[in-house]
Design a binder for this molecule. Sequence first.
Ligand code: SF4
Ligand code: SF4
Length: 383
Amino acid sequence: MQPEHDWTTTCPGPGSYSQGSGISKYMRTNVQNPTITPRELISAWGRILNGRLPMLSIEITRECPLSCPGCYAYGENHLSGGVTLAKLSDYHGDALVDRVLNLVREHKPLHVSLVGGEPLVRHRELSRILPELSAMGIFTLVVSSGVIPIPAEWNSLPRVRVAISVDGLPEHHDIRRKPATYERILKNIKGRKINVHWVITRPMLERPGYLEEYVAFWSGREEADRIWLSVYTPQVGEQSPEMLSPEDRVYLADELLRLAEIYPKLLFKDGIAKAILRPPASPADCVFAKLSVNYTADLRTRVEPCVFGGTPDCSQCGCAISSALHWIRNARVAGPLKIDHFISSSVKVGLLANRIRSRSAHTSRWISTGPAATKEGLVQIQS
Ligand code: SF4
Ligand code: SF4
């Protein structure tokens, strides 16, 4: 089971991508509340050039009324230095509002993910934070279990989205995520617009028809704007029933591509399928890790090397945003230039900008000696 912040958390999301041509192919511009536009993506490169990371994720509380089996947010290895989320000091009230906004002002991200624990434990503070972020032109995603009602007024805020984690059909979800059962979620999202986020684990592949049943159910719910998914991502050395085998991934990729043709709310493209079959080799090879910075509930300690924390097994990564970014890194943006070239080049220039500035942005994961970092030139142009 992934915590609420698995994908997911810091990301324009696969929901940002739609059919088209050129850069616009990856943008949603035909919806009321677009997640990101070409202009914003280009401004993200500008931020990287300035030594800043465009995606910020914050675990705004250590509290959660759920106790999902396998939740690693509260695990010993989620944070470094022997600290655990449950033992951290966190904030509420004015202190939380002010400190979150200060963190955002410091990092100047393009996209903010607010996660937990259960972020809606702090719904009063979020009702003050979200309008501020919206007014700052920042895209914000709140990832929740749906255990607490979504304030109706959030739906009218530009650039604000709420994703509800629904991990399988009730036969799995209601047992693992009690008290955030289907019944409670449906009550708490009534009249709202949400994204559904689904972490696929191995038991969900055992019953024929399971995947389609899930997609059909949520496609039929008017509250669900779109459905995006992650595949369970283990930690290095983990052996658990949730993990998918390579054969499972092949089946999953084929089946989800089929379902995406039938159910347009399901966001699953050929490139994401390829990324699920061939995830990044390491954090150094992960565009998502390179472009994001993640804080836990004391608003000081960072979660490394990505939102998962600990030592995630990148070779089995199923994170939705990592998959989406791994996919678009090979997309051409101008002639032979690919998005990955711009990101790699921008990171190098951003490192230089950080050295020049007295107070650098948080770019430790940019300084990699891994294979992905060493083989890339400033700008690679294909022959
Ligand atoms: S809902 Fe709470 S207990 Fe469950 S995975 Fe998320 S953070 Fe962990
Ligand atoms: S590839 Fe590795 S670093 Fe990137 S999101 Fe997945 S687990 Fe994290």
